[in-house]
Write a protein that binds this ligand. Structure first.
Ligand SMILES: [Zn+2]
Length: 276
């Protein structure tokens, strides 16, 4: 039988298909540390997607070449040792997969915050913080059915001023470790959506200042804090790279920067693991 495909037509087509498959098959880096990501083969790719849970929370799934891959977020407070993921396949069969978390030498960072109420909040501020932490918890727990695209781009160009996971001493007092990546940039520089998604929340919170949450699907959420200006509305669909706001110094800051967080299965993970 005569081959009807011309190489001139098939080669660009092949390139396009490869490009598309690379975009769809972009995974974060597997990093088995507290605050890292475990990529686990959940079930064969030719079967219907399984239900994958870690600590009771739904895990994002990506259709890999041979397997459905669970993209598991490991909490920063996770203990070292073996961790289990619970899987239920389309036929209702239950089984587990495991991975081993190793220690990671997160550094300590000392910062001076001139607004002391942001370090030791007064009663009124503490009441506000309590209300807002309930909002933040609800946002981290959002799970939508959209398939996430994990080929993230860096939301703003600038110097990486603080990494995820560093232990923080603010004005000489121990505080929670850093839940995102800080990128120092001039006030007013454009902040872009790291991937396509839906605007889950816009607001002005005590610690984050002007903030945008994007829902990328299946519990993959990104957060952009300390903005001077928000340029999107709740419920709006945004494209990868679309400008969502401007760099600022609102909330608890030492200077103008973007704080960028990424959540998987309700836990913040190292955003650097999503960058190529
Ligand atoms: Zn930060």
């Amino acid at each position: 039988m005569k081959n009807t495909f011309s190489p001139l037509i098939t080669y660009p087509l092949l390139c396009l298909l490869l490009l598309l498959s690379n975009t769809l098959l972009a995974f974060p880096k597997n990093s088995l540390k507290p605050g890292g990501i475990a990529i686990i083969a959940a079930s064969p790719a030719h079967l219907t997607a399984p239900n994958v849970r870690y600590h009771g929370k739904r895990v994002a799934l990506v259709h890999g070449k041979t397997n459905w891959l669970g993209i598991v977020g490991i909490p920063l407070r996770a203990k070292t040792g073996r961790h289990f993921v619970n899987i239920t396949d389309a036929k209702g069969k239950h089984y587990q997969r495991s991975f081993t978390v190793k220690t990671y030498p997160y550094r300590t960072q000392r910062l001076h915050i001139s607004n002391t109420n942001k370090v030791n909040p007064n009663k009124r501020s503490r009441q506000r913080i309590a209300r807002e932490s309930a909002i933040k918890k609800r946002l981290r727990n959002v799970y939508s059915r959209t398939t996430p695209q994990l080929n993230f781009l860096i939301p703003v160009t600038g110097r990486r001023s603080s990494s995820f996971g560093v232990k923080r001493i603010l004005n000489g007092e121990k505080r929670d470790p850093h839940s995102g990546m800080d990128i120092a940039a001039p006030q007013g520089r454009s902040i872009k959506a790291t991937a396509k998604g839906k605007v889950l929340y816009v607001g002005n919170l005590f610690y984050t200042g002007k903030v945008v949450y994007l829902d990328h699907g299946q519990g993959v959420i990104s957060l952009y804090a300390h903005m001077s200006k928000i340029m999107v509305k709740k419920g709006q669909q945004v494209k990868r790279g679309q400008v969502i706001g401007k760099v600022g110094r609102t909330g608890r800051v030492t200077g103008a920067h973007l704080h960028w967080s990424v959540y998987l299965n309700c836990t913040s993970v190292d955003p650097a693991l999503f960058l190529r």
